[in-house]
Design a protein around this ligand. Structure first.
Ligand code: C2E
Ligand code: MG
Ligand code: MG
Length: 344
């Protein structure tokens, strides 16, 4: 019945000549004992509903008792995030990106939560919740301001190597969809006293395709301040090559899933080859994410990729640790370059 309800509601409605698409999420609980109070039944259904929404909406979920603890921990993170912003517990780490000579050409800002009891928490634990609750808007704004400020600071200190050209910032879907997004970015640039020339915004492809017209508009406005735009996790979403030519994109980031063990997987080699060729023809930069060993690096180089990011070079690091990396600006590696037989 839940499925029937979902299908029924998902039929488009026509109102005043506009097509409207609705979805519904449902939480379901069953009860046999008369001891369960009305309030408890409703609370259980609500808990299941919450799970259905967090799980991507347009779905139904049955309640089971373990869910209660899971929902409690989500609520705990939600409450904790309010504190985190107020108490300065959020921190941006930066992961170097390198060219084929292994010199630093940029960094990607990646958020961490220095939790007072749980230690350093990675974004996967709290960013999806922040997105769901809308807290991402405030956090996202802080991230942009913080990263722009950090770039301005490094510039002022004169520590950036000549090869350095960008600080990349991840942008969440909800954040990008705000009407005030461009204004927020511009105001962060202004506060930091920098142009957008060395700032790159990382956006995922699904996000762009949700509202192509709106995305094109926003990206063009961002370009007025010379900002760069990259497509994160490229190849994992509904990659629509058709839109690439309409969107003002500068960089494609090849997702880690294609890079892992690339030297051993012919299908991944074919995909990476296609991404690199597409980028070349469209005059875009390509960078490979999640490069963990020299075999993967050699395979990427053999396919014509010239920019890399991954644990092979560095993990994401606190801002102050970057300064020594900028100074040496080189990662000596034993490469397996000629020994890799690539069949593409
Ligand atoms: P992403 O933007 O695709 O970032 C790359 C992720 O891969 C990072 O995880 C990074 O630490 C990890 N990584 C880098 N090199 C390697 C490697 O060689 N091997 C492996 N196994 N992993 C590697 P992290 O920092 O946990 O971030 C996860 C995701 O959370 C990011 O994926 C991004 O989608 C989101 N995120 C992180 N920081 C922010 C932020 O400031 N704002 C927003 N909106 N999202 C963020
Ligand atoms: Mg990213
Ligand atoms: Mg990525």
């Amino acid at each position: 019945r839940a499925q029937q309800l979902l299908s029924l509601v998902s039929n488009p409605y026509s109102i005043d000549g506009h097509q409207l698409y609705c979805t519904v999420s449902a939480g379901i609980t069953t009860f046999h004992s008369t001891k369960t109070t009305n309030i408890e039944v409703l609370r259980q259904a609500d808990t299941a509903l919450y799970r259905a929404k967090v799980g991507g909406k347009n779905n139904y979920v049955f309640y089971h008792p373990e869910m209660h603890a899971q929902v409690e921990s989500v609520l705990e993170i939600e409450r904790g995030l309010h504190e985190a912003l107020k108490e300065n517990q959020l921190e941006l780490y930066y992961q170097p990106q390198v060219n084929e000579k292994h010199q630093i050409i940029g960094v990607e800002a990646l958020i961490r939560w220095n939790h007072p009891e749980k230690g350093v928490l990675p974004p996967g634990v709290f960013m999806p919740i922040a997105e769901e609750t809308g807290q991402i808007l405030q956090i996202g704004n802080w991230i942009i301001e913080r990263a722009c400020f950090q770039y301005a600071e490094w510039k002022k200190q004169g520590v950036l190597p000549d090869t350095f050209c960008r600080v990349a910032i991840n942008i969440s879907p909800l954040q990008f969809s705000q009407d005030s997004f461009v204004e927020q970015v511009n105001s962060a640039l202004k506060q930091a006293g920098i142009s957008g020339k060395n700032i790159e915004l990382e956006i995922t492809e699904n996000l762009l395709l949700e509202n192509v017209e709106g995305s094109i508009n926003k990206m063009e406005q961002l370009k007025e301040n010379q900002l760069k735009i990259s497509i994160d996790d490229f190849g994992t979403g509904y990659s629509s090559l058709k839109y690439l030519k309409h969107l003002a994109v500068d960089v494609l980031k090849i997702d880690r899933s294609f890079v892992t063990q690339l030297h051993l997987d012919e299908s991944d080699q074919a995909i990476v080859d296609a991404i690199i060729m597409t980028a070349k023809r469209l005059n875009l930069d390509v960078i490979a994410e999640g490069v963990e060993d020299t075999d993967e690096l050699s395979a990427l180089k053999a396919l014509g990729c010239h920019q890399f990011q991954g644990y092979l070079f560095d993990k994401p690091l606190p801002a102050e640790e970057l300064v020594s990396r900028f100074k040496s600006n080189y990662y000596p590696l034993e490469e397996a370059c000629n020994s890799t037989a690539l069949r593409v």
